[in-house]
Design a protein around this ligand. Structure first.
Ligand code: HEC
Length: 119
């Protein structure tokens, strides 16, 4: 896979890595992502995907880029009682350490770009 750059967004390939990485996004612990299941060099993604949340396959058909970003930054804005953790804000969380959101704005751009490729 090359470095797919989605216009106006981050690097989708880096975003997929974040999604598969247990220390970063770790999205696959709750979501099925078929393209990651077979991908080489994607930390921890192979065959160990959870189904706590909906499959992210085809998610770019269901949401705009702005909505995809919102899901990642703070899913509570879209689904009040969601069990999906906010990745871009500490607002309303009990997280003291590290005292920063799980993903940086740049990483959120990359994850959003990756989600936008899931058609
Ligand atoms: C602790 C489990 C968990 C983790 C980790 C998690 N999510 Fe979720 N996610 C959910 C659940 C549960 C939903 C279902 C929506 C709700 O709760 O209202 C969801 C919904 C979504 C949706 C909307 C899907 C749809 O079809 O409606 C997107 C997009 C999404 N998550 C992306 C991500 C990304 C990207 C990551 C990693 C950065 C991530 N999620 C990490 C649990 C999780």
């Amino acid at each position: 896979m090359g470095h797919a750059q989605t216009q106006g967004l981050g690097d989708a390939q880096l975003g997929l890595r974040i999604m598969a990485n247990r220390q970063q996004g770790n999205c696959v612990t709750c979501h099925q992502v078929s393209v990651l299941r077979d991908a080489k060099g994607m930390d921890g993604a192979a065959g160990k995907q959870g189904d706590f949340g909906p499959s992210l396959d085809g998610v770019a058909k269901r949401y705009s880029v702005a909505q995809l970003r919102q899901w990642v930054v703070d899913a509570r804005q879209l689904s009040v009682n969601t069990l999906m953790p906010p990745f871009g804000t500490l607002e309303g969380t009990a997280q003291a350490s590290p005292a920063r959101p799980m993903l940086s704005p740049e990483e959120i751009d990359q994850v959003t770009a990756a989600l936008a490729t899931l058609r």
